[in-house]
Design a protein around this ligand. Sequence first.
Ligand code: FES
Length: 176
Amino acid sequence: MKTANQQEKQQASERLLSVGEVAKRSGVAVSAIHFYESKGLIQSKRGANNHRCFPAVTLRYVAIIKVAQRAGLSLEEITQAFGRFAYGSNMKAEEWHQLSMQWREGLDERIARLTRLRDELDSCIGCGCLSLESCPLRNPYDELGKLGPGAHILERPVIEKPRVCLQAEEGNPTQE
Ligand code: FES
């Protein structure tokens, strides 16, 4: 037999919300709610008077979508992650853990890239301009240009072997 508290919780989770209520409570524009629905990220159902309404758990989904987008995840990545669960499931702690683990690797890589961008943008990035004092050290004679177009130092993989200067490789190897 359920306690009064449990019954209250169940009633709250079973309630249906209009699109306006979802927008107001989530802080997301009505147009964005419709957009998420059109992308299959959230689902509505027909309620009383045949009006379109959303289960209360939609608020959780919208919150996750907002946070994931803020963290740089694409709608495709979010859709893929949601696709692992039956829509409308209340996403228990274990499911949320699975979801966050799925995103963790990508997030770690983004963090590493952004950290590197912050730390290296004011130094030579290997773009071929040779305009900074640090270029002769990091990209002597634009050696990195031989690898093709791009800012090679900035765009190198986040996890990599220590970079060996091309010129140095031929005679006097130095590592960065
Ligand atoms: S910053 Fe462009 S080659 Fe160094």
